[in-house]
Design a protein around this ligand. Structure first.
Ligand code: BES
Ligand code: MN
Ligand code: MN
Length: 457
């Protein structure tokens, strides 16, 4: 592994330039206006895999955007690592809040600014380049398969069927994913858990048309007033969620794991300062780290209805809408929680309105054990490149494919992420540290080597 540092240093500007090219393609999966660009990003990744030396590269069609596949099988008797990542990105709106345009990447203060810089183009592309370096230096120790998808940010709906249909082709000893964050550049950590997700849209209808709020106000149910009350009622005074049965399956986390979380180097003050808040807020009886990692939540993501234009218009609206997400923890089930929410939301609506609940995508929570070969390989890899043993830590985000891989392929995933929570993923001014990008490229080959060696023991 001696060659790594020198190779990365020598190729630094090319490694950055290629990522910048990829980041210039606005592959927003949520918005059909970017359809061509999403395909272009897929083809870019396929071509780079091929150039790096991968065999059988292909854009595998799905009902939605294609899955980029490529592989290097050097010996059937050696272990196989399946690398997963995504080439699609979140919408960049609101554009006016960006310091520089989201799809015109710039490097400033040793950070690359662009939509997708960290989530996940920058982190996914580290694997393509690490693979290239390993192959070029005769240092690929095992088989590798790449599966890079283009619908992660819209729920990976077509990936379940894709995995089922390609079980053999995707067979691997472990899945390796860089799509999460670590505590800090000098405090490496490995993600050992992800939350699941239930996502619903609700629509409340009062009168059949918008009304004059003076003529009718006070006598006819206002759907926005009603919805606000219904949403507020879903939390009690301790910020517990009041949906009956919501916590029934929630796994009790052991006191050892809670003690380990409390010992993690986390500064509440820094957290509050970063967000410019004076107090955190959440479920009674749990710390900030616990609230985002081991407890389920309910959040309104967007709420609209009535008049929101310039000035004042006196109107009693006909409809109110909200998008609501619930983050889930083991052993909650996304479908069950969606059903519980729907039943509850319908039951608390007053008879003066009609309610419609439409489920969106969901995903199941996942945890990865710290006593596995994969975890040890990742731990040793980070220790080698960061000079410090990484801390295991559960994350609050969701990557639905992780539970799917386990269910469909029987493969466990290792979440070897190099982002920082402060990288503004999904927000304006998303960025990724040059340090993190290069450190990732350096660490990945160590994982490959360690995993292969440990498997042989
Ligand atoms: N990479 C993120 C998930 C993530 C971010 C995990 C940070 C841990 C730390 C992923 O791209 C993502 O945004 N997932 C979505 C879920 C999806 C179904 C839209 C999420 O978590 O909101
Ligand atoms: Mn991601
Ligand atoms: Mn994302």
């Amino acid at each position: 592994m001696e060659f790594l540092k020198a190779e990365i240093e020598k190729n630094k500007s090319r490694l950055l330039d290629e990522l910048i090219q990829l980041l210039s393609i606005p592959s927003v999966s949520a918005d059909p206006a970017f359809r061509e660009d999403v395909f272009e990003a897929a083809e870019f990744v396929r071509r780079k895999l091929q150039d790096a030396g991968a065999d059988n590269t292909e854009l595998c069609p799905t009902e939605g955007y294609p899955v980029v596949y490529g592989e290097k099988i050097i010996d059937e008797n050696l272990p196989t690592i399946l690398v997963y990542g995504h080439y699609d990105v979140q919408p960049a709106d609101p554009y006016e809040l960006w310091t520089s345009p989201p799809f015109e990447p710039v490097v400033k203060d040793e950070k690359i600014y662009a939509r997708g810089a960290c989530d996940d183009k920058g982190q996914m592309y580290m694997h393509v380049k690490a693979f290239e370096l390993m192959l070029k230096n005769d240092a690929l120790p095992c088989n590798v398969k790449f599966m890079i998808e283009g619908e992660e940010e819209v729920g990976s709906d077509n990936l379940g069927p894709f995995c089922t249909a390609n079980k053999e082709r995707l067979a691997a000893d472990i899945v390796l994913i860089s799509d999460t964050s670590m505590i800090a550049n000098d405090i490496p950590s490995i993600t050992t858990g992800l939350r699941g997700l239930s996502y619903v849209e609700v629509e409340i209808t009062g009168p059949n048309r918008d009304l004059h709020s003076g003529v009718y106000g006070g006598a006819v149910a206002n759907p926005i007033n009603v919805m606000s009350k219904m949403i507020a009622s879903m939390f009690d005074e301790n910020n517990h969620i009041t949906i009956p049965g919501f916590y029934d399956e929630v796994e009790e986390v052991s006191s050892e794991e809670r003690a380990a979380m409390a010992a993690a180097p986390f500064s509440l003050e820094q957290y509050q300062n970063d967000l410019e808040i004076t107090e955190v807020d959440g479920e009674e009886g749990f710390s900030t780290l616990e609230r985002t990692a081991i407890r389920p939540t309910l959040d309104v993501n967007g709420i609209w209805g009535g008049y929101i234009g310039e000035g004042a218009k006196t109107v009693l609206p006909s409809k109110a809408f909200a998008k609501i997400s619930m983050r889930l923890v083991p052993n909650q089930d996304s479908q069950k929680i969606t059903d519980l929410f729907t039943r509850h939301f319908e039951s608390i609506a007053p008879p003066s309105v009609k309610v419609k609940v439409t489920p969106h995508h969901g995903g199941e929570p996942a945890i990865t054990p710290t006593n596995s070969t994969g975890y040890k390989a990742a731990e040793l890899a980070m220790e080698a490149t960061f000079g410090k043993k990484p801390i295991p830590l559960r994350s609050g985000g969701s990557i639905p494919i992780v539970a799917l891989f386990e269910a469909e392929l029987g493969s466990k995933s290792i979440l070897l992420g190099f982002g920082l929570d402060s990288d503004n993923i999904h927000s304006p001014d998303e960025h990724y540290g040059v340090f993190n990008y290069l450190k990732g490229i350096e660490t990945i080959p160590h994982f490959f080597k360690n995993f292969t060696d440990l498997k042989a023991d």
